[in-house]
Design a protein around this ligand. Structure first.
Ligand code: GLA
Length: 729
């Protein structure tokens, strides 16, 4: 059992292999957060609550003459609103009488074996050997608003997951204006925030900045988690590195609007609040109704970012990813998008497949353009009927032809989108999100379907199952190519319009659950103009996501570096594409494009028939290499060896087998230098006492290799790949 309760002290301790998380109910029924950090057993940490009278920080009424007791300074487990804590809050409401106060006090607790689940939303899953769950019930005595705080403790994995269920147990109607998934108050420490910002084609650029006095916020109001910010942050010390120092990693299992607010208060304490963004959010809770927040996942590492990443990668692979491809090797694919864009027919696709099959590619993915009137991105979305002018005889002959080559066949969809120039829009204009009387914002010439509507979801389910049953389709790429604006749902009354963006997500998750459970053997890949919805919510349905529309190896090194902090290598869709690169015009070596793409779910995004014989042979070898090392790249321990935002010369990363008998180091010399000094690649994760053969040549101890490093191979040219394979002898 990982949850300990000291009844007399009302002390709750969550214990994992290396961490302790502790909270305590005080004499006024307030739930104080006491500690999150290295494992300290069950020792009572309430001695840390050492607060003085602080002017202009008011005192709870029951404290009478005690001016030292203020909600404004004490660490809260789930911070309240309007009753004396002026920092960012976890929950805010409009009460039946129009006031906004929420004052949650302790009522009871409950402990159970196993992991809680959240109705209709993605969450980590596990049985009673994996996690224990603590529920703490809090209530506002004057309104009856009840908050149940859920904690699942993953003892072996150093992970704690949280969510909150808000129930209206009062007399009148309440409107939730803010309902965060978690609050974390750190009494001490001088923290830095690491987060992952970006834009289309440049997702998850790492940025690390000191937490300032005031509020810092990252988030999305775009209706998708977005390219611009990722629902994952790290709080770390100034000195934290990959291998040393403290850090907290926090991710949201959610794919829509989100906010992560970080506040350093007057006392220098740090608060982190994470959950659904308040913009366009207002959820009506009638008497007896309840609302679940999305899940938040936390880990603490005292051994730097590497341990944090390891905790996340293992947990997400085991307890978030589902379906046949959770561990099964993913087929090496070829996608026709950059090879043809919209300009293809059946013969051209079969030709691309044929050329690829000869080199060992195992699946062809037919991308955008196979349906409706879709010669360009201006029309056709929503009309999920095969374009038989392009694909004579429909999808079946294409799939059969590809199967005959010994390859699997996969297909692209963008179900959430609708073109104004489509039969679907002409029949159902109210199915698109738009505000009556106002012209909607167009993005990529398209609108978004109202996924909160059941009739819309039923249409998509019927269309997609019809297509998926019509041919042997073994992979689906689920794309979403614009962000949400003009939010209005024709089926909801005006007082519920503030629910649309979250109802959109609940609707989307509902459809994804129906489809992925009907086709558990299909390999599902998420996508949103590349990596615009690369988040833990999507990972529950899709074990991989297209990481970025930018396939340039030099740029991908950075994008994949940022992505790796939370997301497992197996979840990263990554392809070798043509040069000059279509996004940057850069020419890079085929070898560098290969090693970069192998740090993900590997494939090609070009017409391989156009390569020289020499290049074709290199592709053949790449595919063999990917298969040979799959057990390391996708199932091994992953290490970032350099930071490409700092080291401009070379980037390196490593995969080590769980038994430490094998390791693979891949990397790219980013820039060549004349008369360059010798450079050494730092190596990690080996057994210091074992001997390793390096690339079948030199033998050295794990100790020597780790403490001395390996020499950066001498190569001329920018963006040149290198590889070291280490085997214990
Ligand atoms: C998005 C995807 C691409 C491709 C196109 C098709 O941009 O990220 O990979 O599928 O859509 O329109």
């Amino acid at each position: 059992m990982a949850v300990y309760v000291n009844e007399s002290k009302k002390l709750f301790t969550l214990s994992t292999a290396h961490t302790t998380y502790q909270m305590k109910v005080d004499e006024y029924g307030v739930l104080n957060h006491l500690y999150y950090g290295e494992n300290i057993g069950q020792e009572d940490m309430s001695y840390l609550l050492d607060y003085r009278d602080s002017g202009f920080s008011g005192n709870v009424y029951e404290a009478e003459n005690n001016r030292e007791y203020s909600l404004d300074t004490r660490p809260q487990e789930y911070s309240t609103c309007g009753v004396g804590d002026y920092r960012v809050n976890s929950v805010s409401v409009v009460n039946p009488d129009g006031t906004d106060g929420v004052d949650l006090r302790y009522v009871s607790y409950n402990i159970s074996k196993g992991k809680y689940s959240i109705p209709g939303m993605p969450a980590l899953y596990g049985d009673e050997n994996d996690a224990d769950t603590l529920q703490i019930q809090m209530q506002d005595a004057s309104t009856g608003l009840t908050a149940v705080l859920y904690y699942s403790v993953w003892e072996e994995r150093d992970i704690i997951t949280r969510c909150v269920r808000l129930i209206n147990q009062g007399e009148g109607d309440i409107v939730l204006k803010k309902a965060m998934s978690m609050n974390l108050d750190l009494m001490n420490g001088d923290w830095e925030l690491m987060h992952f910002h970006g834009r289309h084609c440049m997702e998850r650029q790492m940025e690390r900045v000191p937490v300032i006095h005031g509020v810092m916020e990252i988030g999305s109001v775009r209706g998708a988690s977005s390219h611009h910010h990722n629902p994952f942050v790290v709080l770390c010390e100034h000195t934290t590195t990959e291998v040393t120092g403290s850090c907290y990693g926090i991710g949201l299992v959610y794919s829509g609007n989100f906010a992560m607010q970080i506040e350093k208060d007057q006392m220098g304490q740090t608060r982190l609040n994470a959950g659904i963004h308040t913009e366009r959010f207002a959820w009506s809770l009638k008497q007896g109704e309840e609302f679940y927040t999305p899940e938040a996942v936390m880990t603490y590492s005292a051994e730097g970012f590497g341990k944090m990443t390891s905790n996340f990668h293992h947990t997400f692979r085991e307890h978030l990813c589902r379906g046949k491809y959770k561990h099964e090797r993913r087929p090496v694919l070829i996608n026709n998008w950059e090879a043809t864009y919209f300009d293809f027919d059946r013969d051209k696709i079969l030709q691309i497949a044929e050329g690829a099959a000869k080199l060992g590619v195992e699946m062809l993915v037919l991308d955008d353009g196979w349906f409706g009137k879709r010669e360009a991105d201006v029309s056709g979305l929503g009309d999920w009927f095969v374009n038989t002018e392009k694909l004579k005889g429909g999808l079946k002959p294409v799939a059969d032809g590809i199967n005959q080559l010994g390859m699997k066949f996969g297909l692209w969809f963008e179900p959430e989108a609708i073109s104004e120039d489509s039969d679907l829009y002409r029949q159902h204009p109210d199915w698109a999100l738009q505000i009556p009387g106002r012209k909607p914002c167009r993005s990529r010439y398209q609108l978004i379907l109202d996924m909160s509507r059941e009739d819309v979801r039923d249409y998509l389910y019927e269309r997609m199952t019809d297509i998926l049953d019509s041919a042997n389709i073994e992979y689906v790429k689920w794309d979403m190519n614009r962000h949400i604006s003009d939010v209005y749902s024709a089926l909801l009354p005006k007082e519920r319009q503030g629910e649309v963006t979250h109802r959109y997500m609940l609707g989307l998750y509902d459809l994804l659950e129906r489809l992925t459970s009907r086709y558990p053997n299909i390999l599902w890949e998420g996508c949103s103009g590349g990596g615009g919805r690369f988040d833990l919510g999507m990972l529950y349905y899709f074990p991989q996501s297209w990481c970025s529309d930018d396939t340039d190896a030099m740029e991908r090194v950075k994008i994949q570096y940022g992505t790796s902090f939370a997301y497992p290598i197996s979840s990263v869709g990554s392809h070798v594409s043509a040069v000059p690169n279509h996004q940057t015009g850069r020419i890079t070596s085929l070898a560098s494009r290969g090693v970069v793409a192998m740090a993900g779910s590997f494939g090609y995004e070009l017409d391989l028939n156009l390569l020289t014989e020499e290049e074709k042979n290199e592709v053949k070898e790449q595919i063999q290499t990917f298969k040979k090392y799959y057990h390391l790249t996708h199932e091994g321990e992953y290490y970032r060896l350099t930071n490409p935002f700092e080291n401009q010369m070379f980037a390196a990363w490593e995969y080590v087998s769980p038994d430490q008998t094998e390791a693979l180091i891949h990397g790219v010399q980013l820039r060549a230098q004349p008369s360059s000094p010798s450079q050494h690649i730092p190596v990690r994760g080996l057994n210091p006492d074992k001997m390793y053969e390096i690339n079948g040549e030199m033998v050295k101890s794990g100790r020597a290799i780790m403490y001395g490093g390996l020499n950066l191979p001498r190569q001329m040219g920018d963006c040149m790949a290198f590889e070291y394979y280490l085997k214990e002898v």
